[in-house]
Ligand binder design. Structure first.
Ligand code: PEP
Ligand code: MN
Length: 258
């Protein structure tokens, strides 16, 4: 079995509730080192960090690109954590595949079929986020674009969809999590951070996700959210993250959290 298969199997283990955590964007090596050191001390094995950032506004911080990828790789290696970052288009794939363990497809790229097919020709596990305007059927079709090229190491990620509700940034669709787990062989994780857009909703939505049977979570964490260069409003600080783990442990379904 390849390293990618081993890694995918550890993510697709029904006795484990996997947590992928880290900052929205990598801002410096010092910053990602701080987050990784803390998360590692909490037993977390999956470190995320945006390097090529697809921001809603063009004037927002766009990420450190290739430098960020190398920082994430170095820091991940030093803590023995698996690394994850997003590819927005095929031109970014090579450096991500070369340095990192898992490739993320963002909500805004779920319909980028050239990207999906290119990832399908790699052996890397891929986190496929649901487009915020996409149906469950469209999301599964996007996953099939990856699968048809030979890569079945897919992790589906619900991250909230656009509805008429203005109580949060997006509306977390937990019914879709249940449905996609029934309809596909792939694990389904939830990103409560982008769904909520506001920090105080992240922990309750994470608990609800675990209770609904999600296979894991992707959560944004920053040591100093007030000064984060992106998505500070929804990022948990280190103390909040400890509270998240305590609350998730209240839902005892015999799955270990890490
Ligand atoms: C992210 O996870 O960094 C991100 C940009 O999320 P989404 O694609 O779900 O908006
Ligand atoms: Mn973000």
């Amino acid at each position: 079995m390849s390293i990618s298969d081993d890694l995918y199997n550890s993510l697709n283990n029904e006795r484990v509730f996997n947590i992928i955590a880290g900052p929205c964007a990598i801002e410096s090596e010092e910053q990602i080192n701080k987050e990784a050191s803390f998360l590692n001390s909490m037993g977390i094995k999956f470190l995320r960090g945006g390097t090529f950032k697809a921001r809603t506004a063009p004037e927002s911080f766009q990420g450190l690109a290739a430098d960020g990828v190398r920082m994430l790789s170095r820091v991940g290696n030093s803590f023995n954590m698996h690394t994850i970052s997003e590819a927005q288009d095929t031109s970014q794939l090579e450096i991500l595949v070369q340095h990192l363990d898992i490739i993320q497809v963002g909500a805004r790229s779920m319909h980028n079929y050239a990207l999906l097919e290119a990832i399908g020709r790699t052996d890397k596990p891929v986190i496929l986020k649901r487009g915020f305007g996409s149906t469950v059927t469209e999301w599964i079709n996007a996953a099939n674009y990856i699968h048809r090229q030979g890569n079945s190491r897919i992790i589906m990620c619900e991250r909230g969809i656009r509805t008429f509700s203005d109580s949060s940034r997006f509306t977390l669709d937990l019914a879709a999590v249940i449905r996609v787990r029934e309809l596909t062989p792939w694990p389904v994780i939830v990103d409560p951070s982008h769904a909520a857009g506001i920090k105080n909703m992240v922990i309750p939505l994470a608990m609800a996700s675990r209770a609904a049977g999600a296979d894991g979570l992707m959560v944004e964490v920053h040591h100093d959210p007030e000064n984060a260069m992106s998505d500070g409003a929804q990022s948990l600080n280190h103390n909040d993250f400890k509270t998240l783990i305590d609350r998730l442990n209240l839902i005892n379904d015999n799955r270990q959290i890490y």
